[in-house]
Design a protein around this ligand. Structure first.
Ligand code: XMP
Length: 212
């Protein structure tokens, strides 16, 4: 059984509120990223928090340790409960995110293999497995692995073991189905197939049921 995370990549407060309200009761978490935050500001987190589910900041952080720690301060002060980071900047940068999240009572999730075709250029294969190992050693709470390549997500599950979470994007618009990946992961991440739907609440309900 996998949870359902909405990737709320819409622009503006009104659109975010419309989709979040339509999906009320169907979601386990909302993932926000640059499209929404750059169009509204981080204050959007407090508004979305009314839904009473975790808000995860998908900022795919990739910087030096000091900057990463400063980013964590802002993200968690805004009310987020999780942050997504890259690992390729090295173990010290990764640890700054993990410690920054934990110091603020939050969680850290590490991108290992991405879901889009271009991931095969770099963010896949042995690099992904190395980053999954780094994620485990850093004390991170989970990793991000692709629903579009369930065989690879199964490999990454074997690298990290059962105690860390895997959240998996690529379901819906990128072509993967919940059934492809749900046995390997703790949650599927769905964006456009919900928020661009004529009835986002119905679409979310259907994905939630299929992820069970
Ligand atoms: P769609 O509309 O394709 O949105 O359902 C997917 C969401 O997930 C993000 N995304 C990723 N995030 N690693 C990540 O950390 C990935 O491999 C990955 N693939 C997609 C994307 O930014 C969007 O919010």
């Amino acid at each position: 059984m996998a949870e359902l995370l909405l990737a709320l990549d819409v622009k503006g407060r009104e659109e975010a509120a419309r989709v979040a309200l339509a999906c009320e009761g169907e979601l386990d978490a909302i993932k926000i990223g640059y499209p929404l935050v750059l169009s509204t500001g981080l204050g959007i987190v407090k508004e979305l928090a009314k839904a009473n589910i975790p808000i995860i900041a998908d900022f795919k952080v990739a910087d030096i340790p000091n900057t990463n720690a400063l980013i964590c301060e802002e993200v968690f002060a805004a009310g987020c409960s999780g942050i997504i980071t890259h690992a390729f900047c090295g173990s010290d940068s990764l640890l700054a995110i993990v410690d920054g999240a934990h110091d603020h009572g939050g969680s850290a999730f590490v991108v290992c293999e991405m879901s889009h075709p271009g991931a095969l250029d770099f963010l896949s294969g042995a690099n992904a497995e190395r980053m999954a190992k780094m994620a485990k050693e850093s004390g991170a709470d989970g990793i991000i692995a692709p629903a579009t390549r369930p065989d690879r997500t199964a490999v990454l599950r074997s690298v990290i073991g059962g105690s860390m979470k895997i959240y998996s994007p690529g379901v819906g618009a990128q072509g993967a189905q919940p059934e492809d990946v749900k046995k390997y992961v703790d949650g599927i991440i769905v964006g456009r197939a919900i928020y661009e739907s004529a009835d986002p609440g119905k679409a979310a309900h259907e994905f939630r049921v299929r992820a069970l």
